[in-house]
Write a protein that binds this ligand. Sequence first.
Ligand SMILES: Cc1cc2nc3c(=O)[nH]c(=O)nc-3n(C[C@H](O)[C@H](O)[C@H](O)COP(=O)(O)OP(=O)(O)OC[C@H]3O[C@@H](n4cnc5c(N)ncnc54)[C@H](O)[C@@H]3O)c2cc1C
Length: 486
Amino acid sequence: MTSASPSTSDHFAHEALRLLGPAPANWVPAHEGVDHNVLVVGSGQTGSAFAFALQRAGIGGVSVIDAASRAAQAGVWRTRARMHKLRTPKSLVGPEGPVSALGFQAWYESRHGQEAYAAIDRIGRTDWAEYLDWFRGITGTTVRYGTRLLRFEPVVGGAVPHFRLHLEVDGVERVETARKLIFANGVAGSGAPFIPELLSPAVAQGLAAHTGHAIDFTALAGKTVAVIGGAASAFDAAAVALESGAAAVHLFARRDKIPATPVARVRGYPGFYDNYLSLPDGSRWHHASRYRRLGTTPPPDSVQRVLRFPNFHLHLGAPWQGAQVQAGQVVASVREERFHFDFVIAGTGYTHELSQRPELAEIADLVLRWRDRFQPPADERDDELGAAPYLGAGLEYIEKIPGTAPWLRDIHTYNPGGFASTGLPLGDVPSIRGYVPAVVRRISEDLLHADLALHEARTRADVPADFGEELYASAVWRPGTQRLAA
Ligand SMILES: Cc1cc2nc3c(=O)[nH]c(=O)nc-3n(C[C@H](O)[C@H](O)[C@H](O)COP(=O)(O)OP(=O)(O)OC[C@H]3O[C@@H](n4cnc5c(N)ncnc54)[C@H](O)[C@@H]3O)c2cc1C
């Protein structure tokens, strides 16, 4: 097959949507005082997947917001992701769900041809970003950019339970309401970037930043840079610093080897993933803690990318013991040595501590966490996992003390804070196929049940006949007046 133009690809996609048929009409009754049935916080691949799946489930009144001022600033792909290619396999189901004509492969092949798709080993990062833009367009997803959820509170006692949302829209505060919330708010969505305490003075003086923050790499030209962490984001940041002309980059990992064992791969088959939520707590904890103990493996090409530079230095088994700011530099104590750095990048991951997330801080104490529910064996202790929310089957929060906050079930979380519960970093591509439909199913069920009296009235109403008896009257057998044909 030869490559085709974007318009040909859009033709195929429109055709796929035509064959799929129109989306069902919105079946969710409107209620006075409720602006939205569902508020989706975040417009990345997760928010986009939800917008499409909710549309196909006939759930209208969905509003997708994003704090970013425009599409190019939203999500990670054009901002904090610094690798050339996605880390995940190219063949996974993405936001298109079962409509494969709207998937990345269809999009890519229609632009570049089947051979070109066969030739790529993984998806290019900027291709993926472009595809997501296209996907939102073709599925008619409108995003309200420049709109940040600051906080929210439950409103009980109205016609239906809902939330009062405090939004900041282009810098101006306003209040709206919604019945359901989906947090599709990214890798830090259940907490915050984790920055080791010893780096705080350096961060405060602009001499250190987390990989999850905006970093001006051009300013690192000619500088000596430290990167802390041995996972993919640390290697990506080191690579960009070197490519931007850093004089030297030193990467420090606590472990004595770079993690290279992809433990999650052995459980990456449908039977295990699809039924993960039904596994006993002890089993789910074991898998999550084992994964965290062995570490996230960077793709080999992320490691090779830095190895091309002779001014890249890898320090293994090298946790920082101290860091002082002296004369505009960070002086690090590592084992018996002292190093002077012009800038430090922390590739040290994210917490899942809800109290650190501004929009969730007020509900943090009400939410059931893994530590409230499960006591791990001593060799699997992991306080960070223990802080993670213990999610229900619709990825909803559960009350820590039953009866104190029943409205938590209307908050669905879709970020890596759900890892202990689901076995997957929610938001990553592998999570979409199974968990987006599971959440939509639960939202649909909850919205139906919350309005059951209305739906019962609607579905028990007198139904006008589609046709009268005259349609078949001529064929009705009348004994004694008709004879069997000979
Ligand atoms: C460096 C890096 C590389 C990664 N590589 C891969 C990979 O190769 N494969 C993979 O599957 N995953 C990867 N991930 C994980 C990745 O984050 C997710 O796959 C993907 O970005 C998740 O999409 P999302 O839509 O859930 O979140 P995001 O793309 O992060 O989007 C979240 C959005 O929520 C918005 N938001 C947050 N809070 C609010 C608020 N209060 N109000 C309004 N808007 C808000 C943000 O502005 C943001 O646009 C990577 C992550 C990072 C950081």
